[in-house]
Design a protein around this ligand. Structure first.
Ligand code: SAH
Length: 401
């Protein structure tokens, strides 16, 4: 058995079930682990602490998958862990159309594995050496458990690069998903309202095709849009706009830098609410909002759901300025009594920091701003208490005077 021994003082996070061992925390490597190999983690005193998967080229040299010395990390373990994650989503999906994240990496005890269900198709990501080496077991487990029509791999190329993995994408099993697949978002038991059909492109879309983490927030924000002129900034395929239109928005303006995303947004609006006037603008949100400010354009509801601005600690300050800029612009464009739904999916920007950033923007805009709702990632993206990094999406709904 290959082992690593941690440096003195570096054992505490592992004892507290945080799953990452950084290269700088390792004192000695006993043996010669290959990428993806199973490695035991020992404390500085030689005591057994945990077991996980080795990754020689990642800053996170080892990812822990069990804290139980008697638990082998074999195929049986992997199949059981996937089954447990799926059991945890029971009640969120029951039909052939629901889109739902079934496995959320470390938060489900499966570092590097993401499985998204798009109706009868699965999109998977294998983002660590440990998972990439076990791809066949993962696929076999998913087929046995869920009998999908097809499994398509969309491993994020940026993460693969950091992990020293070759980028891999493509059909893993069964049938290829159609270019435009109709899915329906999850709904919480007890939540009312119909679930809109939404088109997703699993093979060509961003991430695995759709931003599943906003499922509940789209319904929440949409509910405030009746009769409103709505600006959907960073609209992607129009998820928020579809809900706003169905709730009776008077007019929609969608902005995104991606042409293909907007083409799908148009199709989603046609599918759900063809009569709602909608202007789709391919462009930079920062620039378009500045133009609107200059020309005196105003809105009743503004949604800001930008991509991740902070990818590392070093980018947090710059990212904070970016968030402040767009929120300041949005606050200036709102009619009195209007609503700002603003989000950040940067894990490195805490909910607390995000609120401070929006506060700073409100001060500069000289607008009285009240928080009326707080948002988080949907429940199919659980937050593991011992792994705060799994909490990344936060949002505020603000009434602006
Ligand atoms: N709100 C969307 C998800 C947004 S993801 C939904 O509900 O599904 C972020 C989007 O921002 C992506 O579609 C990306 O193409 C777009 N984007 C990134 N930078 C941008 C910029 N500067 N201006 C406009 N769009 C941008």
């Amino acid at each position: 058995m290959v082992q690593i021994v941690l440096k003195a003082g570096r054992e505490r996070p592992i004892q507290q079930r945080h799953p990452w061992v950084f290269s700088g925390a390792i004192d000695t490597v006993r043996g010669n682990p290959v990428d993806g190999a199973i490695v035991d983690v020992l404390g500085p005193d030689g005591a057994w602490l945990a077991r996980g998967f080795w990754s020689s080229r990642s800053q996170i040299r080892l990812r822990v998958a069990t804290w139980d010395a008697a638990q082998p990390l074999d195929d049986h373990w992997l199949r059981e862990a996937i089954a447990r994650a799926v059991r945890g989503r029971a009640g969120l999906f029951s039909d052939d159309e629901t889109a739902c994240r079934l496995v959320f990496s470390e938060a489900d005890g499966l570092p590097g594995l993401i499985v998204d269900r798009y109706g009868q198709y699965l999109a998977i990501q294998l983002l660590t050496q440990g998972m990439a080496a076990r791809a066949d077991v993962v696929v076999g487990a998913l087929v046995a458990l869920l009998q999908p029509r097809g499994i398509y791999e969309r491993s994020d190329p940026e993460i693969c690069e950091k992990e020293g993995l070759p980028t891999h994408e493509g059909q893993r099993w069964g049938e290829a998903p159609p270019e435009r697949l109709i899915v329906r978002p999850i709904m919480l038991p007890g939540m009312c309202g119909e679930r809109p059909p939404l088109l997703a492109d699993l093979r060509g879309g961003q991430k695995t095709g759709f931003y599943l983490d906003q499922a509940i927030n789209r319904a929440r924000v949409g509910a405030y849009c009746r009769g409103a002129e709505v600006l959907d900034g960073f609209a992607y395929t129009g998820g928020f706009s579809v809900y706003a239109a169905r709730a009776g928005a008077a007019a929609l303006t969608l902005i995104d830098s991606s042409g293909p995303a907007l083409a799908l947004a148009r199709a989603n609006l046609d599918l759900n609410s063809p009569a709602t006037p909608a202007e789709l603008i391919e462009g930079d949100v920062f620039r378009v909002l500045r133009q609107y400010r200059a020309t005196g354009r105003r809105f009743d509801v503004i949604i800001l759901d930008p991509p991740k601005f902070a990818h590392s600690q070093a980018q947090v300050e710059r990212a904070s300025r970016g968030y402040k800029d767009i929120n300041l612009l949005a606050l200036q464009l709102l009619r009195s009594g209007g609503l700002l739904a603003t989000f950040s999916c940067s894990g490195l920007i805490s909910a607390d920091l995000f609120q401070k950033i929006v506060f700073g923007a409100a001060l500069d805009a000289r607008r009285d701003t009240q928080i009326v709702e707080r948002f988080a990632q949907a429940p199919d993206h659980p937050v593991l208490l011992s792994f705060p990094e799994s909490e990344y999406l936060k949002g505020l709904l603000c009434r602006v005077w």
